[in-house]
Design a binder for this molecule. Structure first.
Ligand code: PXP
Length: 252
């Protein structure tokens, strides 16, 4: 399916479709009377049909939502771009090199890797992350680093020549109805400017919804937004394709 061109790309994160499935069918085999629903891959295909530019899936080490078989089926069936969110561990690196997604987004899963806001701590884990970027690049996989909009993390990402970063918008989203909102959007705007000036491709994600998207779009130099929970939620009421189309309408 060819995606329509938009200025900022929409990557749909399908993890929370899997969350709904796991809430009921955690211990059932996938072919249990064909009733194991909802299927995040079917969800992803509908997103593509509605114009999503890519699909993001996070295979967590605890397998709390997405399962290995989801990722394999997604790799086989997705026609746009598959972005695998993953921890920066040897097991996951090996997994990704074998799977060959179009891109990986490295996210923190252990306490030592996490910054106060929740992004990956590049400053503290520079050489380990640089080695992963190199291995991915050699395999033709683009790496993105999920980081706070903190100038130190942005500079460290540029120093290890990460092709992409994904700015963590969670602190902004959490502050949306509070006093910190103005400051948080400014931090993201300044962070994006700095990243762009250092040659990084700037993506953003976490907690973006149909309300805060308007202000999120004031962040300059955005290449792609990765959005999940709000689209899965809206899909319950209007259907998957309509939910994606409504989000895409903000981005053209
Ligand atoms: N980007 C990253 C790196 C994430 O970890 C998540 C959450 O899984 C998202 C984007 C999407 O966040 P949300 O589901 O809040 O839209």
């Amino acid at each position: 399916m060819t995606a329509t061109t938009s200025k900022i790309l929409l990557g749909v994160n399908v993890d929370h479709c899997a969350t709904v499935r796991q809430a009921r069918y955690r211990s059932h085999p996938r072919d249990f009377g064909q009733e194991v629903e909802p299927d995040p891959v079917e969800f992803a295909l509908l997103c593509e049909q509605a114009g999503a530019d890519g699909i993001t899936i996070h295979l967590r080490e605890d397998r709390r939502h997405v399962q290995d078989s989801d990722v394999r089926r997604a790799r086989d069936q997705i026609k746009t771009r598959l972005n695998l969110e993953m921890a920066c561990t040897p097991a996951m690196v090996e997994y990704a090199l074998e799977l060959k997604p179009d891109s990986v987004c490295l996210v923190p899963e252990s306490r030592e890797e996490i910054t106060t806001e929740g992004g990956l701590d590049i400053v503290k884990n520079k050489s380990r992350i640089a080695a992963v970027i190199e291995a991915m690049t050699d395999a033709g996989i683009t790496t993105s680093l999920f980081i706070d909009p903190d100038p130190r993390q942005i500079r460290a990402s540029a120093e290890i020549v990460s092709p992409w970063i994904e700015l963590h918008t969670g602190a902004y989203a959490n502050a949306y109805y509070g006093e910190g909102r103005e400051a948080e959007i400014k931090i993201l705007q300044e962070g994006a400017k700095l990243a762009h000036s250092l040659g990084l491709v700037v993506n953003a994600g976490h907690g973006i919804n149909y309300t805060n998207i308007t202000e999120v779009l004031t962040i300059p130099h955005l290449h792609e937004l990765n959005i999940g929970h709000t689209i899965v939620s809206r899909a319950l009421f209007v259907g998957v394709e309509q939910a994606v189309r409504e989000m895409k309408a903000f981005l053209v």
